[in-house]
Design a protein around this ligand. Sequence first.
Ligand SMILES: [Zn+2]
Length: 277
Amino acid sequence: MPTCESEVEVNIEKISKKCDAVLITHYHGDHVGEYMKVNKEVPIYIGKQAKDIFMVFQNKMKDTRVTEITQEYIDRLETFKTFKQGVPFEIGNMKITPIRTDHSAFDSYMYLIEAEGKRILHTGDFRLHGVISKGIPKALKRIGKVDILICEHTTLSRQDENFMTEFMLQEEAVKLIKNNKYVFIMCASTNIYRIASFYHANKKVGNKLFICDTYQKELLDYVSKSSTEYTDYYNFEDVKSFDGKYYKQMVAKGFCMLVRSNYFSRKFVYNPIKISI
Ligand SMILES: [Zn+2]
């Protein structure tokens, strides 16, 4: 899929007619946004958790009725095929090995594609400063030599910027949560790694109420349930969805609240007392 920065016009409808399959590395809009243009006969592959998270997101977008998302988008997404981390699958004579990678989208993958004695590695978007980044150099070593490397980047041109690692950010979050009674965290609903950073920072400083809206809670409950076989780091069992019964406790003892730039958040931040609960 082309990135939004791409200067080359790619006609997905036209080129997908000749495809055996489409591999999606992760659910960010510049990678999955044009899936409705892919020919209906062509199977689309994505990680299992990525598909389910994207499904909750797309359903939410459909319900808000402010986007183009309709039931047709949901139906096509239902047809996406999934795979297991690290378990190869075949498309025609090609062997595809999905390798889980570190990125701000949860359940992102690199693809090692092998056919006719040639090996291609498509890295997708990835970083080396996140929660699961430690495994990336090892994974690349295991992959060994490839004939072609397809790599994407958004920060290679920003050489003079200093980036915080997810762990540095978590330390900063500990200080912020400790020194402020009411903490609003503005964060994309699907950036599970970032939410986990704040969630664990909050646990370190006494576990204030960690609040979000019902949509975000649905996403976090899914991630908790589907991640148990791999790790307990994404167990968000203490997250509460915002409702009246916590209001007094929130005001008295403080809280951390996940917010996004939407009507609910704006109303709460600017006028918390009058909000209807
Ligand atoms: Zn991305």
